[in-house]
Every structure is written in structure tokens, then in C-alpha cells.
Write a protein that binds this ligand. Sequence first.
Ligand code: GUN
Ligand code: ZN
Length: 440
Amino acid sequence: SDKTVTAIRGRLLSFRHAPAGPGDGGSHRYLADGLVLVENGRIAAVGDYADLCGQLPEGVAVDHHPDGLILPGFIDTHIHLPQTQVIASYGARLLDWLEKYTFVEEQKYADPAHAAAGAAFFLDELLRNGTTTAVAYGSVHPQSVDALFAEAERRGAGMIAGKVMMDRHAPAALTDSAESGYADSKALIERWHGRGRQRYAVTPRFAITSTQAQLEAAGALLREHPGIHMQTHLSENAEEIATVRRLFPAARDYTDVYDRFGLLGPTSLFGHCIHLSEEEMLRLSDSGSVAVFCPTSNLFIGSGLFDRAALAREDRPVRIGLATDVGGGTSYSMLRTAGEAYKVLQLNRQNLSALAAFDLMTRGNAAALGLESEIGMLEPGRWADLVVLDPRATPAMRHRMQTVGGDLEEELFILMTLGDDRAVAATYLRGRKAQERQNP
Ligand code: GUN
Ligand code: ZN
């Protein structure tokens, strides 16, 4: 037959549902010697190697990672393509940081060659960190998104991305208009949304940089393309919130600004969500919207501490995603991001168990995107996007692992606290090795 079959063997970990807490053994499946059988890029079977090896067609070479911990590839639910040369910019808070660093770098994405080189670096770096799907902001230029999707398609990765819509309070070279923002977004949707694995996200940057007319246009795009994603920023920083209140005096609060234009809903992703009122959390919950936690960014830009417990409150739960937010964020690594998430929650007298963190980076983020039937789990039918982790990647990790007697949760907590790109031994897209660590 002309089926393409590949197979990956090692320790397998996949989540079934969000862990109720530490020790929730039912939340996941762990196989000490498992096999992932891949047909045409999707998972065909997952099980114990001893049970499945008989089903291996003749001639299929098995990629064996005897000590590797194999999980679904990480998912990053909020990151900025044109900020790979903004990351690590000194001494500013949100609004100054945007003006002084971000708007300067984003202008360079008008050049398709710069965009193509940026997209290649961006995907290399994501894959080196074990991230196989990302939800990305482009710049205002449609060519930035063309470059990202083209590069993702070439590599077999599935990205969600959109061109930023921004028609005020930014340099002229970085602004569109309500009309051109709509038309350019629509053309990109027609070109890319649903082409192979690529999906479009309507991307009004935030309320400060869009007029009412542009937010209306964003709402129209959502209505005209049911099921399409929307991404924006919400309630990140005190100055930002005060500015939004001044610009939209008729709105009840920041969340209401977006609500008025039909931008809330189950495919809507709101970056940060740090300083929300009870009323705003209730509205996000009722609409099924997603709050995206970006811990390294919130610490680096000094924005504040994400209140996971308040958002997750059982009587009005807000769905939550986890993300790097590079270049406000300081690491492409979802492991580092989870480690910093733990510290942010510590400062709020909250916890993030290792099980909850690894669920969030994989199945949880897939669910936040409504893509749990496609990615995020080692289950038949899902794309075989995988990350192979090495819990002994560094001397400090190897040394610490000596005290771990086979306890999975402890191993995971060491990975998220001490791990980063060095702990990513390999990354697979559609069952094929897309990245392998150079210096083990
Ligand atoms: N708010 C509006 N734009 C941005 C951005 O690029 N990064 C962050 N962190 N917040 C924003
Ligand atoms: Zn952002």
C-alpha cells in the first residue's frame, strides 16, 4: 500500500482530562515502554511496545528513545512572530515597551525577505523547544502571515496566526485602516484558513490601537467565518486599562469593549487577563472565552500576577491557556513558562501541580483552542506531533534525578523547574523528526 508508516518507541505520557490535583492518576496514561504507530502523519495506534510490535509492518524502522519521555508536542497559545528581536529589551513597562522596542522591530516585517527569515528562525526555535503548534500574531503586514504559514506548511506544522489589525495610536508605517484591515484579513483567511493544517485568527492588537470601526470590522470577520479564532490582549497593565477606559467611556469595563463588538466567545483568546473584575470574569465565563496566562511576560514587563484560582472558580469557570508571549515573554520554552507559572501562582498563594502544568502545555492548550480532536493527546486520529524530553539533560537535572525513585510527578516537576530547550531531545511533526538536539 502507499500508506506512509513510522513508529516511535519510549516512555509515553498523555493526558485524558485536567488533573483534579496532585496524584490524580486517572488524568493521564503513562506507558513505561510504549509505541506510537503513525500512518500518513496521524497516530494510528498507541500502546505497550510488547503488544503493538507485532503490528509493525515489515521494513518500518522504529525510532527508539529508551530514556526519553514522549509527550504530545507542546502548544503555545500566544506568541508574536515579529518580536524575535524584541525579546530581552531593557527597562520598560507595557506602553513604553511597545513604542520604544516593539513598534520599531515590527516595521521591518514590511519586507517579505525579513519576514521569511524571521519565520524560519521562529519555527526553528519553536521546534527546538518542543513546541509544535503556536498561536501567533504577525505584524500589521499581511506578508508577515504569508511568510509564517508558508514556512509552517513547508515543515508540516499546524499554526494559527493572523495579521495584526491596528488603525490608531501607532506609527503610520504600522497602521492599517478599518477597511484595509478587514480586506487584508479576509484575503488571508481565503488564502490560508483550512489550507492543510493552517488556521487563521482574526487579530485586533488591543483596544488602544483599534478604532470602534475596526473592532466592528473584526466582529464582522468572526461572524462571516464561523469557528475561526480571534486573539487580542486584555487587562494586562494599569496604564493600559486606564487608557482603554478613556477611549471607550461608554463601555462598562475593558472586557465590555470587546463584548460590544461581538469579540467574545469559545474561539476567542485573550492574552494576560490579570486585573479583571468579578463582572468581567463572569462575562468571560458565560461566553466561553479563553484567558491566556503568559507568566514570563507578566513578570518581565512587570504587569502583575495572573489569578488562576479566581478565573477557574467552579461556579463561573473561565477557560485558561498557557503561553510564552515572546517577545514580552523571555523564553520560547513551554517548560520554562510552566516553571515561571508555578512561581507567579506561588506569589498568589496558589499552586500549579506538575500534572496540571504538563496537561496545560499539551491537552489543555489544545482544548483551549477547541482542537483536542486534532492535537495535544497521544490518541488515534490525532496528528503525530511529539516532543521527546530528557529529564537528565543538565548536570543539575541529572544530579537531582538521582533522588527520584521512579516517581513520575517528581520527574515532571524537575523538568518544568530546571528544564528548557536543553531538555528537548527531539521534536516530531506528523511522525517525522523535525528537530534533534545537537549536543546531548
Ligand atoms: N498589548 C498590545 N500589544 C502587545 C504586545 O505586543 N505584547 C504584550 N505583551 N502586550 C501587548
Ligand atoms: Zn502578546
